[in-house]
Ligand binder design. Sequence first.
Ligand code: FMN
Length: 346
Amino acid sequence: MSDRLLDRIPLDSFGDVARLVLETPVYEWIRSGAGDEQSAIDNVAAFRRWRMRPHVLEDVSTVSTAVTLLGTPLEVPLLVAPLALQRVVDEEGEIATARAVAEVGAALIVAVNATTSVEEIRSAAPDATLWFQLYNWDNRDALARVVERAEAAGCRAIVPLVNTPIGVAHTPPRAGFRLPAGLSFGHFEESPGLDAGNTWSYLEWLAARTTLPIVPKGILHPDDARRAVNSGARGIIVSNHGGRQLHRAVATIDALPEIVAAVGESAEIYLDGGIRSGSDALTALALGARAVTVGRPVMWGLALGGTAGVRRVLRSIAAELAEDAALCGVAATSATPRDIVIRPPA
Ligand SMILES: Cc1cc2nc3c(=O)[nH]c(=O)nc-3n(C[C@H](O)[C@H](O)[C@H](O)COP(=O)(O)O)c2cc1C
């Protein structure tokens, strides 16, 4: 799709347009949530319960969206969530996404279930800020080997998924989705199983194996956030997997404030799930997130326009973030004050 055409599609219609170009099982694999999809629905809906309470007469002649994540400066407080199998929707897949991320000054969390290896992604996008997501594999030697590969490829953080003790048979079987013939995984030939016996010592084991910061993804409880920090986590991704695992899990924006209060300054907190606009991102920053991750909208952008599509998604969110920040009297989104959002009584 041409850039001109892409520019004419409102961001919130990307999913509907992608539905026209993707096979139904692929579209449903991306769109759907687990079970009755309540959690996936709530992630998005919960943002709509917050309202902005702007400050006025602040100097917002320039607005900066710059942020530093675990010591790495970025132009925008946005990360692409780990999204498996990106070559299913675009020929270049993860490489197209990495190039877009580098152009926008965001970061990409490479999924261990990627269809492109982290080495190939790095050589195609040398300037991209990359993190690397792990599954809780039951084979620690295999885990240690992919961590080494991620380190050697210049990733800046290791992101162990901690909310998948068991592999919930969620969307793929229902949607009828299968890995298309001709595509393969970038980091293994056959995936190890999942270890349902992992406890907090798993994070300690990881922290002892790498110099990279450990950033667990999938925490919703403030006590767990504290335990994660005590086990060596330097950052925490507040996430319910986009509502694709536990179908009645709390919306992530509702879980965020207590986690921020529990952890304080001892780790960086990132919000994953339901980010569809810059207004959502500003709400999350006001509630204490240092950055937000974007999942499904990136897959829609990738399906519609490869690098240009992902770039458009990230730029639209960043532009609206800057616009809303200006209207709220916030000149630097990294210092968004808590008091610009309120939750009116229902
Ligand atoms: C198509 C698709 C594939 C995903 N693959 C992974 C994955 O391999 N690893 C992972 O940690 N999360 C995966 N997720 C979850 C995302 O990282 C993220 O938590 C979720 O999409 C965030 O919600 P959002 O889509 O509302 O932004 C996937 C999500 C989707 C939609």
